[in-house]
Design a protein around this ligand. Structure first.
Ligand code: FAD
Length: 455
């Protein structure tokens, strides 16, 4: 451990391929060939990055995806603005949710959604459908798909090409074929367990574990969830997050998540199943059980050399709502657009500083306030049952509903109404006092080994 620390302080890399150097200048190219860009990962972040590279002049884009029919464990909720911005056809959205039921620890139910305009909704998607659509579109535009697991990224010479080593899965073959290829620029879009992030020594992040069951319920029960989603809070379903029932095409997704007590995730899942049991009916059929880490914050380094991380690989999931699909797609698109512009028609290699000054600066300026506000809200409202009661209580206010929906649907921090803001402050204090008076204290749990390791 000490030797690793000392080595990294001296800029040495022991037992690993060196991460790309950050200090080189831009390289003008006259290679007589297009620039070679690799996008590692074909989820929303990778597909949306690949689409931009595919359309750019003098750039060859290869899209690596380990499993082309991957079904990412996910609630699949997307904001309205994503549908237009990413030109999603109507069939990608299974259900248009216009009503939310917030359910407090004591069982108080508050209906949310009456401030929505007629054309406004939260889109519910199945990830296997959404991801396939975005990926196929990038491929149709010219990205070269490779079904392969990227295992290693090597950086022998900072000015030279980067080498990707991968196992390629060819049709009809059970075993992967070891392969390698050279690239000038790499976009790491390989999710929460990103190997690209490891290769560039991007640093760790803390993570939540989220769990979801896809459950088939009788049609008459499904009718109730036609355009309605439920959000449950309480220390029984999560000590630091919320549990959900989201309607999908022909089933519901029921799930929960936690950072602070990850080993107890199946207890929290059992609790949400119990709380929604009447609504699911006597014979719910579990079609699929899925779980995956969710990053809690951004990685310390998101761009190193000519490698840029996007989506979950970079850590772009918001606290409080656990939302990452839109930010993944947006960051993939933004990073690719900025890199394409920097290459001046595929004739020069951008520097690390240039990529940071464009992609990172613009992304942080656009979404930094959203991450900050949601982080604060999670800390205030998800930490004890009194605060959770207050949170649900406050959701009854039209002003809170409008500000929350506008922020979520259009991805801008809203709220510019001083009179209502002052009213809200007093209501919040009132709700917290009321909440604390009726709430059961949270159960204590001891988990010194695993989940309390916060980075
Ligand atoms: C249970 C759960 C519920 C969630 N619910 C929601 C929600 O309702 N709404 C929302 O907005 N967000 C939600 N999220 C978060 C959301 O799923 C992520 O933020 C989003 O998927 C990030 O997209 P991405 O493209 O960055 O990464 P991913 O979607 O993880 O895609 C990464 C892709 O890279 C591929 N890959 C990985 N490693 C390699 C490799 N070495 N070589 C080749 N390919 C590789 C994977 O197969 C995958 O297709 C949820 C997450 C979980 C776990």
């Amino acid at each position: 451990m000490l030797s690793t620390l000392a080595a990294s302080a001296l800029g040495l890399n022991i037992g690993a391929t060196p991460a790309p150097s950050s200090s080189r200048g831009a390289v003008s190219m006259d290679l007589g060939r297009p620039l070679r860009v690799a996008v590692v990962g074909g989820g929303p972040s990778g597909a949306c990055a690949a689409e931009i590279f595919a359309k750019a002049p003098n750039i060859d884009c290869t899209l690596f995806e380990r499993k082309m029919d991957n079904c990412k464990p996910c609630g699949g909720a997307i904001p309205l603005c994503m549908v237009d911005e990413f030109e999603l056809p109507p069939e990608i959205v299974d259900r248009r949710v216009r009503k939310m039921k917030m359910i407090s620890p004591s069982g108080r139910e508050v209906d949310v959604g009456r401030t929505l305009k007629e054309n406004e909704y939260i889109g519910m998607t199945r990830r296997e459908v959404l991801d396939a659509y975005l990926r196929d579109r990038a491929v149709e535009l010219g990205a070269k798909p490779v079904t392969g697991l990227v295992q290693k990224v090597e950086f022998e010479d900072a000015n030279g090409p980067y080498t990707i080593k991968y196992s390629e899965y060819k049709p009809g073959e059970k075993k992967g074929t070891p392969s390698e290829a050279e690239f000038d620029i790499i976009v790491g879009a390989d999710g929460a367990n990103s190997r690209t992030a490891k290769a560039i020594d991007a640093g760790e992040y803390n993570f939540a574990i989220a769990f979801q069951e896809r459950i088939k319920i009788p049609d008459e029960k499904m009718k109730y969830y036609e355009d309605l989603a439920e959000m449950y809070v309480g220390d029984d379903v999560s000590p630091d997050f919320y549990a959900w029932v989201f309607p999908k095409y022909d089933h519901v997704g029921v799930g929960t998540g936690t950072v602070v007590n990850r080993p107890a995730i199946s207890e929290y899942q059992a609790a949400i199943r119990e709380r929604c049991a009447d609504r699911l009916g006597p014979d719910p059929k579990v079609m699929k059980v899925e779980a995956h880490p969710i990053p809690e914050h951004m990685r310390p380094r998101r761009v190193v050399g000519r490698v840029a991380l996007v989506g979950d690989a970079a850590g772009y999931v918001t606290k409080c709502s656990g939302e990452g699909i839109y930010f993944a797609a947006k960051s993939g698109r933004m990073a690719a657009e900025e890199i394409v512009a920097l290459t001046a028609g595929g004739t020069r290699l951008p520097t690390e500083m240039e990529i940071k000054d464009t992609y990172l600066k613009k992304f942080d300026a656009a979404y930094g306030p959203t991450y900050l506000v949601l982080d604060i809200l999670q800390k205030v409202f998800y930490t004890n049952n009194g605060a959770r009661e207050a949170f649900v209580d406050m959701c009854a206010s039209d002003y809170v509903q409008k500000v929350t929906f506008d922020s979520y649907l259009y991805k801008k921090v809203q709220g510019n109404d001083p009179i209502n803001d002052i009213k809200l402050l007093f209501n919040t204090i009132g709700s917290v006092i009321k909440g604390n008076a009726i709430a059961k204290p949270d159960r204590t749990f001891s988990n010194p080994v695993e989940s309390l390791k916060r980075l």
